[in-house]
Design a protein around this ligand. Sequence first.
Ligand code: ATP
Ligand code: TZE
Ligand code: MG
Length: 269
Amino acid sequence: MSQSPGTLLAALRAEPPLVQCITNYVAMNIAANVLLAAGASPAMVSDAEEAGEFAQIAGALTVNIGTLSMPFVDGMRAAIGGAQQAKRPWVLDPVACQATALRRRVAAELVALRPTIIRGNASEILSLVGEASRGQGVDGRDAVAAAEDGARRLAQQTGGVVAVTGAVDFVTDGTRAVRIKGGSLWMPMNTALGCSLTGLCGAYAARAADPFDATVAALAHFAVAGQRAHPGAQGPGSFAPRFLDALHAVTPEALDAEAVIHSAEDVAA
Ligand SMILES: Nc1ncnc2c1ncn2[C@@H]1O[C@H](COP(=O)(O)OP(=O)(O)OP(=O)(O)O)[C@@H](O)[C@H]1O
Ligand SMILES: Cc1ncsc1CCO
Ligand SMILES: [Mg+2]
């Protein structure tokens, strides 16, 4: 029996989960504010000496390779080990994994550790499954639809959930699949909103029985908040504070009423 986004939002707000975020320098502040606005409790803890220990007290771990360096990688390895030992969900954001040999290598190592959830843009997901990617650095340049089959294969390979975000988001666990509509054209013009969404996937995963439901809820929360924030905004700058306010203002009832989620199982191979 699946849990609706609103049900999970109520659970998250009733008991804000501690989410350990190993994220990039660009996203640190934005992602922390997004998690607080949504109702979670973020902590940016990444040094290898403490990251594994912290993962055992956190409700979930998120790992993002946006501003990659070897100290970050050591922290990621330690944290993932701690999360796995404590049986906590962990989420991978393979930022710009198509761009360099280092990113391809680290992303492949992390995928092999079987993340509970992988969330990326279409260009990143295509690269993870060895397909041609038109990504330009951290910016996705491929259509979500082009990465759907690859996302299904990736989910079957890891045994986890894969989310591809863009104009219409796609979520699959290799068997089930949905598309989520909403959001705003200003979202890809706000840096690190994808990284922040990865953090929110972790927050929901800490409270959900099923990581697929958690991922759908996080993406639906973003889609509804983005859609609500859009009309009052003149551009990416005025959108940003409205979006944070909307993440906070949306109630569990409104989330279930306004989320546009359609089954995508019709196109399964
Ligand atoms: N054209 C669009 N219209 C509506 N919403 C969008 C659009 N593009 C992206 N989004 C939304 O923006 C959010 C971030 O997704 P996106 O695919 O831009 O992540 P990303 O490329 O990893 O971002 P970043 O690396 O900058 O953090 C998601 O909630 C997604 O649904
Ligand atoms: C702009 C940027 N550069 C590395 S990570 C990041 C944040 C968006 O992914
Ligand atoms: Mg990204």
